[in-house]
Design a protein around this ligand. Structure first.
Ligand code: AHG
Ligand code: MN
Ligand code: MN
Length: 334
């Protein structure tokens, strides 16, 4: 690994990493490179959103009936245009599109599918709180030339790579290809992501911080209520909740802790989406030595049924996720 004085760009790091995979064709490296380019473009717009008057609703709604902020639409377009023509992609899937996104016939198709949440935490755009992009990469498994829904409905354990971009006090890209977790910080003056966090691992002992929206306390199952009462009482935990998934998970990755978005009476499957939010983040945290669960099963083992399927989410330091599962054992299906 480079010493603290060496400057390593993400491009250089990807090439170095590729050497460990003799069978690597370079397609995979190119996809990560293309996502990094999209991240730079989105970061530039996020940084000037307040100035461009592009804040506020686009007057559109996405597939979940949520108001779509213009940056959501912009980020969605940027990712599509960064990936659609490269010849590496069989099809795409986005939080902002009801169905899978085919590669136009005029472009060659490839062997990989990318699923993404182009802009996570979009309700925070107008108040200048950190937002993010989340991505998940699978190998195509269907036999046709072009990708199908089957290629997208794969369990998180079969992801080839996963990552996120955090548009925070600085813009960071964090990814894993199954060989550890690596973080890069964007130097806007160079337009380069520079390796700033090689080999990220969750700290032991972990910081005792839990992260959950307690406004829903009265809708939770009894075991969930008991768990949070213990965490903030006898357990001696502190609390942090940004309400922007990528920011909450990034903090948990760096400091340890337990992020939760449980099911409740109004949201029997929880709020967060499996394929392009929780499965990629679960791969990242697991690769860093942590765990991710839906409260009963390892999130990476869930066989997806639909593209926008939601899941309860428990993610963070291994011992804290195990603890949460023990408290939830008492809860029947809501
Ligand atoms: P998105 O903006 O992509 O729809 O995701 C928003 C999510 C996630 O960022 C965050 O963890 C969660 O919404 C916060 O939900 P609550 O406001 O219900 O806490
Ligand atoms: Mn999201
Ligand atoms: Mn989103």
């Amino acid at each position: 690994m480079p010493s603290e004085t060496q400057v390593v760009t993400m491009s250089r790091f990807l090439v170095d990493q590729e050497r460990h995979f003799p069978e690597a064709t370079g397609a995979f490296t190119n996809i990560l490179h293309d996502i990094a380019l999209a991240a730079k473009v989105i970061s530039r717009e996020v940084r000037k959103a307040g100035l461009m008057g592009i804040l506020g609703d686009a007057g559109l709604e996405n597939v979940h009936g949520e108001e779509v902020q213009k940056l959501d639409v912009f980020a969605n377009d940027v990712l599509y245009r960064a990936l659609d023509h490269t010849g590496h992609i069989a099809c795409l899937a986005s939080e902002e599109s009801e169905d899978i996104i085919p590669i136009p016939d005029k472009f060659p198709a490839g062997d990989y599918v990318v699923l993404y949440d182009p802009l996570d935490g979009s309700s925070n755009i107008d108040v200048n709180v950190s937002i993010g992009t989340i991505f998940s990469i699978h190998r195509k498994v269907s036999h046709g030339e072009r990708g199908t829904l089957e290629d997208c409905l794969q369990p998180g354990s079969r992801q080839l790579a996963a990552g996120y971009v955090l548009y925070g006090s600085s813009t960071m890209l964090v990814y894993t290809t199954g060989a550890g977790v690596h973080g890069f910080t964007l130097d806007p003056s160079l337009g380069e992501f520079l390796l700033s966090h090689p080999g990220m691992t969750m700290p032991e002992p972990p910081t005792k911080t839990y992260s959950i929206n307690e406004a829903y306390y009265h809708r939770w199952a009894p075991g969930q209520q008991r768990l949070v009462r213990w965490l903030k009482g006898e357990g001696g935990f502190g609390s942090r909740y940004i309400g922007s998934l990528v920011a909450d998970v990034h903090r948990t990755l760096l400091q340890g802790g337990l992020f939760m978005y449980p099911r409740d009476r109004n949201k029997p499957e929880g709020k967060l989406r499996l394929l392009y939010e929780m499965a990629p983040l679960a791969m990242i945290v697991t690769q860093a030595g942590g765990r991710a669960s839906d409260g009963r099963h390892d999130l990476l083992d869930i066989e997806p049924r639909s593209l926008h399927q939601r899941t309860p989410a428990y993610l963070g330091s291994r011992e804290f996720v195990d603890l949460a599962e023990r408290y939830l054992e008492e809860d029947s299906e809501i």
